[in-house]
Write a new protein. Sequence first.
Lengths: 290, 415
Amino acid sequence: MTLHTPAPASPGASAARLIYRKPDVLLDRSTHYCPGCGHGIVHRLLAEIMTELELPAHTIAVAPVGCAVFAYDYLNVDFVEAPHGRAPAVATGIRRVRPEAFVLTYQGDGDLAAIGTAEIVHAAARGERITAIFVNNGIYGMTGGQMAPTTLLGQRTTSSPDGRDAALMGFPIRITEMLAQLPGVTYAARGTVADVAGIGKLKSMIKRACQVQMNGGGFSIVEALSNCPVGWGMTPLESLEHLKGPVVEAYPLGVIVDRGASASAQSGSGGALGRAGAAGESDAPRPREA
Amino acid sequence: MTNGREIEIFSRQTGPEADVKRRARVLMKGNEAIAEAAVQAGCDAYFGYPITPQAELLEWMARRMLGLGRVFVQAESELGAINMALGAAATGARVMVSSSSPGISLMAEAMSYMAGSGTPMVLVNIMRAGPGLGGIGPSQSDYFQATKGHGHGDYHLPVLAPASIGEAIELMATAFELAERYRTPVMLVADGILGQAMEPVDLRFRTPERHVFDWALTGAAGRPARIVKSIDLDPEILEKRNLALQHKYRDIARHEVRWESWQLEDADLAIVAYGTAARVARSAIAKARDKGIRVGLFRPITLWPFPERELARLSRRLGGILTVELSSGQMVEDVRLAVEGRCPVSFHGRMGGLVPTPDEVLGALKALSARVARTREAERHDQVANRGEFGSRHTGEGADTDDGVRVGTHRGARR
């Protein structure tokens, strides 16, 4: 691929003119995602954060099965494909033999909260030093919009045509809160791509999660509430309104747990860890409004 | 019983380079010997989950690997274990998993991914009786799974089948070599007897040479990013990937077939058997030769690639073949495909965790011998009295029965 970006600015004259630069790690390709989909935003945030933290050269990332199956087409780092739901186990294997690597999984809600629950729970329980980016759009997008474990009650999907009925199909699962109970989880937070302010907060959450890993912390996870206009049967704008409304109501935003912050505060090394502008810090396994 | 520490001290004193004469023999359990062979072969990471009858393998690795500063993880499931192995192997590490039949079924998914993405790994299956949860007795009923199916898609795995603990040690090193040479998962299958039995073992360990892989994920510092994957939604490209895989499999079939012949020089009959069944067959062959039946053993060591050309060549000069397995008759299908009707092929097997006795096998040999004699007599009769009315009865299809053989444990060539 060829990247058409301004030459790296020397710290002198031209630096002042450079307002924004597409991170090199984000490949110059149009994505396969549907119009209005939030995956592109999360990819871009990741690319920016990896660049800011100088991670790409030692990153080994794990691609899921689902809409983000081709994540390696857009992020220019080493990637391995995992079977559906197994990304946390694959990442565990990488972590154990490559202690120096930055290990990242990128998973959707079908992948992480349905077929891959055993893998994510036990990677978290072991406190694996990996970072999971969990994009939750409440639906199986790639296969045509079927009900996911995260689908809201009453939500119509191609496999819940009359809406999700709790009596038949159970309740939505807040898996990030579940994981946050585990002492191996150093950082767990939930953000959203619904609006500019939310995207800014989401970026600081992902950055914090990456820093937890860089600083030798345990498992870190950031859930990004995202939209699926096609799967939800909405226009992109309608889907964003829906995301800000009932979705955020069902999945409260905020930092759910940040054990890294309290540990570093106790050890007096909070400066090295940095707070990275996270929405808040709390040991309580309950989301705080961001 | 030996433990890891003793082995370590012992191997330091003798080592692979040591004088053969000084090399002592150690009484070791099969599972432990296989585990130690992996350690000595330079296995960087082991991932497992407890299951009988391979639990000692996991336990041995737990004792040894961490002490050596290597990786041991007891996973949450066999799914977890093999996917950890997938991740570690994708970075170029020398990786192993082990399990027994039901656990191997769970591993099928990732094996298919690894075959598709060209990820080397060694998997040990200490086979137990199935189907389902089955039992914990020894079995060879995973032959189909190992050589034909397992996961989804058009792929094969090299499958190695030792018949002794000593051979298992050697084949573990071979398994890592094949895995890395051909970028493929390799399976070593042993029945529960080989896993559980203790034998005097020569500690002739071998460490395969290390290679730098141009595909391994190490972080894209100073080079383009690498991707280890099996997906390609473009059918043209996916077919090309498949053709490349098949080319690799032909290459493996050409260069990596392993088998053993025993007492076949003057043989009129042969037993085809692998693993523990081959050991029973040897005892039966000794008894049969005492009774004047000229019989030898053809023992596949690679179940895939199956030694079909060698068996085909052999079948041209044999009167008949008896296949013995700890199954309902799985490898016998490959035997028949290789023999192509050149001589009758009969079968004797036990299931459920039972092992045929030498006397049982001797009975099956006698039945085969009688059947071969009848076939020859009939052929002679046909040649004299009737020129080609029904063609030759040489294939034995439907022509003979296995009289005197226990129903249910024997099968003639009537399939």
